[in-house]
Design a protein around this ligand. Sequence first.
Ligand code: KIV
Ligand code: ZN
Length: 505
Amino acid sequence: MADNKVFIFDTTLRDGEQVPGCQLNTIEKIEVAKALEALGVDIIEAGFPISSPGDFNSVVEISKAVSEPTICGLTRAVKKDIEVAAEALKFAKRARIHTGIGTSFYHINYKLKSNPEEIIERAKEAVKYARKFVDDVEFYAEDAGRTENEYLARVIEAVIAAGATVVNIPDTTGYCIPEEYGRKIRFLKENVKNIDKAIISTHCHNDLGMATANTIAGVMNGARQVEVTINGIGERAGNTSLEEVAMILKCRNDIKLNTGINTKKIISTSRLVSTLMRMPVQANKAIVGRNAFAHSSGIHQDGVLKHRENYEIIDPREVGLSESAIKLTARSGRAALKHRFEKLGYKVDGDKLDKIYEQFLAMADKKKDINDDDLVLLLGEDRSKDKIIQMEYLNVLCGKSAIPMATVKLKYNGEEHVATSSGVGPVDAAFSAVRQIVKTKAKLEEYLVQAITRGTDDIGKVHVQVEYKGVNYYGFGANSDVITASVEAYIDAISNCIKANPGKN
Ligand code: KIV
Ligand code: ZN
C-alpha cells in the first residue's frame, strides 16, 4: 500500500446523521451511499446497527447496494453491539466493525465510572470479540483529544495486539489545536511499538472551528485515514468536511499525500446531502458554498478575467462546477446537449442521445433554465427502457372540493391497458389505477417527494419503497410534474418486485 495514500472514511451516514433534523430513511441513505461510492470514498460508516431497527436495516441495505467501499458499522465496546453489527454487515463485500470506548479522564471517571486498567481490558476484549466476526476492526479511543498521550499509547498498543487494523484518535469534543493534535499522532507513531501493524485515523470535531486544520495536522504527522462528512455535517459544530480535506491534499501537492476522491463529483454530492438532509450549506462554506467561486468585487472580477489564478486557487471545474456559461434551452441542439454531458463526465451519443434529447426538449418546454442536475436526472430516466411496465398516459383531476380521480394507460406484458380510479388525493388515485392494471400484492411502504428546490418549475424527485414477502423493492421517478414522477417511481418499484419474483405477484 502506497504510503502517500490517505484513506477517506466517510461518516455522513453515522456521525452526520446524528444531527437533529438530518435523519434519513433507508432509501435516502442508499442514494447517499451510492453517491459516496461514485465519489470514491474508501470506507462508508453506514450506521450504528444496535441503535435502532431502522439503522440496522440501513446498514443491511447499504451493504447490498454498494460494492466498492468497505462498509463499516459502529458499536460500543459491548458484545451485543458487536454481534448486531456483524449481523447487519453480513452482506457487505468488505466489512469493518468500528468499536471503542472512552479513554479521557472525563469519560473514564464520569461516564464509564471505571478506571484506566479496566478500560484497557474492555478495549482489548471488544477488539478480540469483533475479530471473531470480521478481519477488519477499527478501534476508537473516544475523547482521545483530551486523553493524556502516555495512557493513550498504552491503550493503542493493547488494541493493536488484540487485532485492531485501524486505530481512531477522535478529538470528540473538538478541543485540540492543530499543533497539539499533530503532536499526539506523532507521539503514537513514535511510542507505540506495534503501530506499523495498524493505520492511524483522525476523527475531528469542529467545536472551535479547527476540525479540518487538526485533520491535516494529523495526516502530516503520520495518520493515513481521515474520518469526514460531506459538507462537514455532524454532532454540534460538525465533523471535518470531506471536500475540504480532499481539496487541500489536491491543491497543496507539497504535502505529497493523495486520496482516491473524484473531486469532480464533490458539488453534486454536497447538493444531494444538503437536499436530503434538509441542511442548507452556508453560502461562504469552503469548496461547496454558493459563494465559494463567486467573485463579486470589481477588482476581483477584473483580476479573474485577466488571469483566473489571480484570485482562484481551485479551478471550479475540479469540483464539478460547470465552466460553461452556455444556457441550455428548448432551442439548443443535440450537439450542445452532448457537449454538456461530456463536461459532466458522461458519454451520450447515438440512439441514447436521440432519446434523451426528446426528453430534454419536453423538459425545456416546461422549464426555462435546464441545469446540470436536471441533465443527470434525464440520464437516470433513460433507465425506463428496461422497465417491464411503461406509463403511456396519465391524467389526474384534483383540487379543492373535487373528488380526486386518475386515469392511467400502461404498457404491461406487451399490451396497453387503461384504468381509472378515485382516491384520497391524486397520487392515491393514480396508484390505485396502476394497481387495477398490474394487480400487484406488493405493499406500499414508503413514499417520499423532494424538489431540487430552485423554484416551482423545478424537477420533483420521488422515491417509493414497496414490500413483498418481507423484501423491499425501491423505485425512483423524476419529473417537473410530481404526480407523474410519483407514478413513475411506483411502477419502477413494482417492476423491480415483479422482475425479482416472476409469475408470483
Ligand atoms: O466523536 C467521536 O468520538 C465519535 C466516535 C464514536 C468515533 O464519533
Ligand atoms: Zn464523532
